[in-house]
Design a protein around this ligand. Structure first.
Ligand SMILES: CC(C)=CCNc1ncnc2c1ncn2[C@@H]1O[C@H](COP(=O)(O)O)[C@@H](O)[C@H]1O
Length: 330
């Protein structure tokens, strides 16, 4: 049963700016997907990281591969997206920016264009249901797939930026940070920026990305995902910090995700502290696989007083889309 704190955090109006679609699938939806595809012999435990459990980053990315096997038709994407939006709405999220990597699945006839169209259809369906949540979509580039695919993804995103009635607002760069080379993706990211897509880039999620982060910060992105190893105390540099500060680039901080994936040893050592003490704009987000846990919010609120709700609600300022003005916000 939920305790008082759980109820409080669930009812608190929130914005969620960093949610990977296939990382946000609830266990109920997984159950439905498994029933649809019994031949895959996928067990529930292969699709999630349970309460109290941790995994290496690599193991976390293996989990996505399993979920992708379960979500490989337009029908699946429609169900997953509508379920995810309804669940976020039930958790009092009022503004949600979902991100997802369009995939082609030859064996089911799924195309990348069909993938994005289906996500948009799901967002519209939820809107028509009258749910109290505004949803926008960021098309994601998986860094592992290289420069050519990244450019194709940008071309698609550009198309939908113009034709989705304002639902597609930006581009996300994500994927296993230990794979691929950010430098080679620069032309695609520059093109995205020039055509008006807002950029949210996963930066310095692992320690070895100093040079890449430096290059990508020159774009500059509109928001940074994780930014775990940007600052000098953890092997980043003052130069990187200065670039973030100079351009006032908000950070999407995903505490539970970082602790689960073991890039941060514990909540009290999370880089949230570093950026909060600088007064830098930061938004607390869920990222993947563990959205039902309120652990990170509890951890921050334990630190005292009004701090928690203040931090939780600042997110609205950093949305890609201003829902009060119906126009781009950053
Ligand atoms: C520990 C852990 C996995 C932390 C999350 N950190 C992440 N860092 C980079 N890319 C990610 C992360 N979580 C999800 N993604 C991306 O989101 C995809 C899953 O959502 P989707 O299929 O794009 O809808 C993954 O395949 C990966 O490309």
């Amino acid at each position: 049963m939920d305790n008082e704190a759980d109820v409080f955090y669930r009812q608190l109006p929130k914005v969620e700016l960093h949610a990977h679609l296939n990382g946000s699938v609830s266990s109920q939806t997984i159950e439905k997907l498994i029933k649809r595809k019994p031949h895959l012999n996928i067990e529930h435990s292969m699709t999630a990281i349970g309460k109290g459990q941790r995994r290496t980053l690599d193991e976390c990315f293996q989990v996505f591969k399993v979920i992708h096997q379960l979500v490989d038709t337009e029908e699946d994407i429609l169900m997953v997206t509508t379920d995810v939006i309804r669940e976020f709405a039930a958790d009092s999220v009022k503004y949600l920016e979902l991100r997802s990597t369009p995939r082609e699945e030859k064996h089911t006839g799924l195309t990348k264009k069909g993938y994005i169209e289906t996500v948009i259809r799901a967002i519209q369906l939820c809107k028509n249901e009258g749910l109290d949540i505004d949803v926008r979509f960021l098309v994601a580039i998986d860094r592992r797939n290289g420069a050519e695919v990244a450019m194709e993804t940008v071309a698609l995103a550009e198309q939908f930026l113009l034709s989705s009635d304002g639902l597609v607002v930006g581009l996300d760069l994500s994927g296993d940070p230990t794979v691929g080379d950010g430098k080679s993706l620069l032309p695609a990211l520059e093109r995205a920026k020039n055509c008006g897509l807002k950029l949210s880039l996963h930066l310095s999620e692992v320690p070895s990305q100093l040079e890449e982060s430096d290059l990508l910060l020159n774009l500059p992105p509109d928001r940074i995902g994780h930014g775990t190893f940007l600052h000098p105390e953890v092997g980043g540099s003052q130069n990187l910090v200065n670039k973030v500060l100079k351009n006032n680039i908000p950070l999407e901080l995903c505490l539970t995700s970082n602790v689960k994936g073991q890039t941060v040893p514990c909540y009290s050592q999370h880089h949230f502290n570093y950026w909060y003490q600088l007064g830098h704009p930061s938004v607390i987000c869920v990222s993947s696989l563990w959205r039902i846990e309120w652990q990170h919010m509890k951890c921050i609120s334990r630190r005292g007083g009004n701090y928690s709700s203040g931090v939780l609600l600042t997110g609205e300022k950093h949305t890609v889309f201003d829902r009060r003005r119906s126009e781009p916000n950053v």
